[in-house]
Design a protein around this ligand. Structure first.
Ligand SMILES: Nc1nc2c(ncn2[C@@H]2O[C@H](COP(=O)(O)OP(=O)(O)OP(=O)(O)O)[C@@H](O)[C@H]2O)c(=O)[nH]1
Ligand SMILES: [Mg+2]
Length: 721
């Protein structure tokens, strides 16, 4: 039986590698049916992900990796790709095959790392991706000729569709079972020097792998060199110094490598690529306009303002529907269960608490549909470019933009995305700035307060509510930038990194990928509502429902008996309703949460908060949206019985202090929004900051700093407005 028809080794694994933004995750998703995040800018994937991929003769583990430009890794995310390929990750054996994804429209640059990987000697299959886009731009690649030159199988594919996937899986099956082709290194002198270095160090009892020695020679000050020094001690430096001097006396070995590889690549590209001139298209015009410093900035504001308009204008009807369903559900429970603790738990705790959060799902989906579209089309990378100058003025580079952008969904992946930043100090600065970006958990809080306290006024196509929401997003951005600025100024100076962000071409977003990501956002939101928010709502319900002292209840019962004896008809009904109200209010004041809230309330009194808001904010330290659920439950339990409007926002509008003045004045409501814009009410962010910085120092400082800033902002708003 020929080798290629044999089965698969046990636990076979294939890694997907390539330059950033070449469609690796899109291909991975297509082959495994999983849902890795994809978007049109470099540095989306920062951690490895595994999935199962069916080859003709069995299953393999497919591993999606962060993109890298070269095996000379400089940032933590790039390092993963190199480490996996060199077998340096403990729980991951050397892969059985490597799937290199290259962008057909960017052949030259993509081939650089490809030639490096080919020299490792592992079985390789190359997916020539984005052929649809390349053809549209008049770029044609002769895949056969390319395969012959690289001595590897090249399969043209379109990652988002099934084009090429069958051929790909066959090629991979074959590659695993066959011995890879012999490929002489492009830099034979380097290879020989690496061999010599490995032998020399071997004599010292610390023989490194050949490729490790090679990378150490090329990348001065890099991780491979560090590893070698650790292994073999000081002697390494002298040996390395001698070899580098010998290989390229005029400059660095890295420069020599680049020169040699690009010379070879240039010759290959000349033979395999044909470019036909194409007409300038509308996309070129859009590209020019959106990248222009002034017009681009104006467009940025117009686009963002439109997005926030849509969040308020389009979501209304669906939100009403959810609200009506919740109210009907509550009525159903009340009609079928005897009055008492169980009915109250379901109606006031679960339906009112969790329901008041779920109602914001339509707004979240609308916002993210826009954000995902802008990311996938390539617009966001241009926004990054526009922001670059602003960021640079603050001592951050454009690199920080991508983590910040991720933080608009959630700071957790945002903080993880800081791994694209090579300099540890810049990385830390960005990590501290990221939680200021408005995450999706803040949206329900903002949306509730805006709907309740910002008039629905229109100025042309602009609506005031949308503008306020946009303003809050900008406030978050400025909070983050301000933080980075003072960190740079006072904590760690150092030069501003010079970094050029790679601007991806505009691409028509893949509807399937977009849909998957949007569903994912919805799923995450509902999952939180069903877990953490549900739990907190039930606990908070118990704390506002109990205790129910008999003497208090008896007192109101006596009043009711008296009323029945004295009055009749509508007069009686009114009296009873009033007594019921007073009873609910008295029980609420006397509840565990009521008492605790009143104890802590003096701390927040300068911000204009009553004990209910105070209790809600304190309960929301694990997760921000909880405040909405808590207020929902508090107002449902302590609600006036004759209140027909069940919407939480109406209840907030009518809330009063004991002296009858309204609780939610404009200044106070703005203050709460500012508080939520700045405060670090998120356990998950604190935990991920601890994990990524490896110390408690930064998450704890960030918590105090952000909470302090939030308090100060709310205080100023309440006192000044
Ligand atoms: N037109 C077209 N677009 C594609 C193709 N493959 C991927 N894309 C788009 O290219 C963008 C980048 O795709 P990703 O899968 O996130 O790229 P990646 O290589 O995983 O990127 P990093 O994780 O940042 O290294 C997305 O917007 C995809 O929708 C393709 O074959 N044709
Ligand atoms: Mg990816």
């Amino acid at each position: 039986m020929p080798d290629s028809l044999a089965g698969l080794p046990d636990n076979a694994s294939i890694v997907v590698v390539g330059n950033p933004n070449t469609g690796k995750s899109t291909l991975f998703n297509n082959l495994t049916g999983l849902r890795q995040k994809t978007a049109n800018y470099p540095g989306v994937t920062v951690e490895r992900r595994t999935g199962v991929f069916r080859l003709p003769k069995g299953e393999v583990t497919l591993i999606d990796l962060p993109g890298a430009y070269s095996l000379a890794a400089h940032s933590p995310d790039e390092l993963i790709a190199t480490d996996v390929l060199l077998g340096k990750i403990d729980d991951l054996p050397l892969p059985h095959a490597v799937l290199i994804v290259i962008d057909a429209a960017n052949l030259r640059r993509n081939l650089f790392m490809t030639t490096q990987i080919l020299e490792i000697g592992l079985p390789v299959v190359i997916a020539l991706n984005m052929i649809d886009l390349a053809e549209k731009r008049g770029i044609h690649i002769d895949a056969k000729e390319l395969a012959a030159r690289l001595k590897a199988t090249v399969v043209p594919v379109v990652a988002g569709s099934n084009e090429g996937s069958a051929a790909l899986s066959e090629a991979l099956q074959k590659a695993i079972n066959e011995t890879p082709a012999e490929r002489p290194p492009l830099l034979p002198k380097l290879r020989a020097a690496a061999q010599e270095l490995a032998d020399d160090l071997g004599k010292l009892g610390a023989k490194p792998a050949l490729l490790d020695a090679e990378r150490a020679i090329v990348d001065a000050g890099g991780t491979a060199e560090e590893r070698l020094t650790e292994l073999a001690g000081d002697r390494t430096e002298t040996l390395l110094g001698d070899i580098r001097e010998r290989l390229n006396p005029e400059g660095s070995v890295a420069a020599l490598e680049a020169r040699t590889r690009y010379a070879w690549i240039e010759a290959v590209v000349r033979d395999v690529e044909t470019r036909t001139d194409r007409k300038r298209t509308a996309v070129d015009f859009i590209d020019k306009a959106t990248s222009h410093p002034l017009i681009g900035a104006i467009l940025f504001f117009v686009i963002m303002a439109t997005v926030f308009q849509a969040v308020f204008s389009w979501a209304g009807p669906i939100m009403d529907m959810i609200d009506d369903t919740a109210a009907a559900l509550g009525d159903l429970v009340n009609a079928n269960l005897p009055e008492g603790a169980i009915a109250s738990l379901i109606v006031d705790g679960v339906i009112a608490g969790v329901g008041s959060v779920i109602i914001f799902l339509p707004q979240i989906l609308i916002l993210f549909a826009f954000i995902i579209f802008l990311e996938d089309s390539g617009y966001m990378a241009r926004a990054a470019f526009l922001m670059d100058r602003l960021m640079r003025a603050c001592g951050l580079s454009g690199q920080s933009f991508i983590p910040m952008l991720s933080s608009f969904a959630c700071a957790v992946p945002g903080i993880m995305a800081t791994r694209v930043i090579p300099n540890p100090r810049d990385r830390l600065c960005t990590m501290l700035a990221a939680p200021f970006m408005t995450c999706s958990a803040r949206l329900p809080v903002y949306a509730l307060l805006i709907a309740a306290f910002v008039p629905d006024a229109r100025y042309g196509f602009l609506n005031l509510q949308g503008l306020v929401l946009f303003g809050l997003y900008m406030l978050g951005i400025f909070g983050g930038i301000f933080t980075a600025l003072i960190m740079k100024r006072f904590a760690f100076g150092g030069p501003t990194p010079t970094f050029l962000i790679e601007i991806p071409p505009y691409r028509l977003p893949n509807l399937k990928s977009m849909g998957i990501r949007l569903l994912d956002r919805g799923r995450i939101f509902l999952y939180r509502a069903g877990t953490i928010i549900f739990t907190v709502a039930v606990v908070v319900w118990a704390l506002v429902y109990f205790p129910r002292p008999a003497e208090l209840l008896d007192g109101f019962d006596a009043q009711r008996t008296q009323a029945v004896a004295q009055f009749a008809g509508t007069e009686l009904q009114e009296r009873i309703a009033k007594i019921d109200n007073q009873e609910a209010a008295a029980l609420l004041e006397n509840s565990y949460l009521g008492r605790a809230g009143q104890t802590v309330q003096p701390v927040f009194a300068p911000l204009g908060w009553d004990w209910k808001v105070t209790a809600g904010v304190i309960a929301s330290f694990p997760a921000r949206e909880v405040v909405v659920a808590v207020l929902g439950t508090i107002y449902a339990v302590g609600n006036d019985v004759d209140e027909t409007d069940t919407r939480l926002l109406n209840r907030l509008q009518n809330a009063t202090h004991p002296d009858g003045t309204p609780v939610f004045t404009t200044g106070m409501a703005i203050g709460i929004m500012i508080f939520f814009a700045f405060c670090l009410q998120c356990m998950a962010t604190v935990a991920i900051m601890r994990r990524e910085t490896n110390t408690w120092k930064w998450p704890i400082s960030a918590w105090f700093y952000m909470t302090g800033l939030g308090y100060l902002g709310a205080l100023l708003a309440y006192q000044l407005i």
